[in-house]
Design a protein around this ligand. Structure first.
Ligand code: ADP
Length: 286
């Protein structure tokens, strides 16, 4: 269990990135969903011992993360948002190198591990290629391979699918979904579908605060029969926003669809629409 209590952080420029974050996270895939600037990376980097908070504490089992950074690092697999690779080194060489750094000293054991990881992330056929020639999706799968070295109990992946094309994203998410259920995987993302596809538990973070928390399906049930849509002209959106409890307005087939939240049939040409996690997201972000 990962227990985050009263975590706050203000950067020297005065930006308050985290405001009293409290979260208990159990084994399984946890989605941390929020818009750009919400504080996701700050939180991920703090859990990963890469930066300190001003107040609060993080416990991972018996490990007090702020006081026992080295202990936490030994059980952590981390795929940062900006994952730099040495462009001229091959995936196989790089994994050997990282495995050695993580303390896997026996060459035979290391060789078997590197082969198994390359197979797991479907890069074995590209193992000798230099990392500089990898596509975005291949780099991210390589990033997961390096994060898995040393049997981590806690894996943090920060915005891993941003910039991937749909096929690469699918392949990457399939890979994530195969990582054991007996460890905690925290997936930080601004992509709602990543969370609805992968996570059994989630939080929405916005403006440095946790604004929603729970199981994605149960959260969506809370909006059942409450979402109504109507196709309108772009210039009418502001009028609808003033008149109704608007959740979002988005382009669909070149025109505008407004989504509103109403317990009863609002009439006026609105149709009932099945609620999704996207409406939960837009109802909660500030
Ligand atoms: P997210 O990952 O959700 O996009 P971040 O944690 O990167 O959010 O950023 C949260 C807020 O903190 C933003 O307003 C961002 O501009 C600010 N911020 C992030 N890193 C720094 C930093 N090193 N110095 C100052 N402000 C920062």
């Amino acid at each position: 269990m990962l227990q985050i209590s009263g975590l706050s952080k203000t950067y020297p420029n005065g930006v308050q990135a985290l405001k009293d974050i409290n979260l208990n996270i159990s084994n399984g895939m946890f989605g941390l969903l929020g818009p750009n600037g919400a504080g996701k990376s700050t939180l991920m980097r703090t859990i990963a011992t890469l930066q300190d908070a001003d107040t609060g504490s993080i416990l991972f089992g018996d490990i007090d993360v702020f006081k026992q950074k080295q202990e936490l690092r030994q059980v952590l697999g981390y795929l940062p948002q900006e994952f730099g690779v040495y462009p001229k080194v091959s995936a196989e060489e790089m994994l050997h190198y990282i495995a050695r750094l993580k303390g896997i000293a026996d060459p035979k054991e290391r060789k078997e591990l590197v082969k198994a990881l390359l197979e797991q992330v479907n890069l074995y056929n590209h193992r000798s290629k230099s990392l500089g020639g990898y596509s975005g999706g291949m780099k991210q799968r390589f990033g997961i391979a390096q994060a898995l070295i040393g049997n981590p109990k806690l894996i943090i992946v920060d915005e891993p699918t941003a910039g991937l094309d749909p096929a690469e994203r699918l392949r990457f998410n399939n890979l994530l979904s195969e990582i054991g259920e007996n460890i905690i995987v925290i997936l930080s993302t601004h992509i709602v579908d990543d969370v609805s596809e992968l996570c059994n538990d989630m939080a929405i973070i916005s403006g440095g605060k946790v604004v929603q928390r729970g199981n994605p399906d149960e959260l969506v049930l809370g909006l059942e029969n409450k979402i109504w849509t109507k196709r309108v002209k772009k210039e009418e959106v502001a009028k609808y926003q003033a008149e109704y409890k608007m959740v979002t307005a988005k382009l669909s087939g070149g025109s505008m669809m407004v989504y509103i939240n109403s317990d009863t049939d609002p009439g006026n040409g609105f149709k009932s629409e099945k609620a999704t996690l996207e409406e939960i997201y837009f109802s909660n972000i500030i």
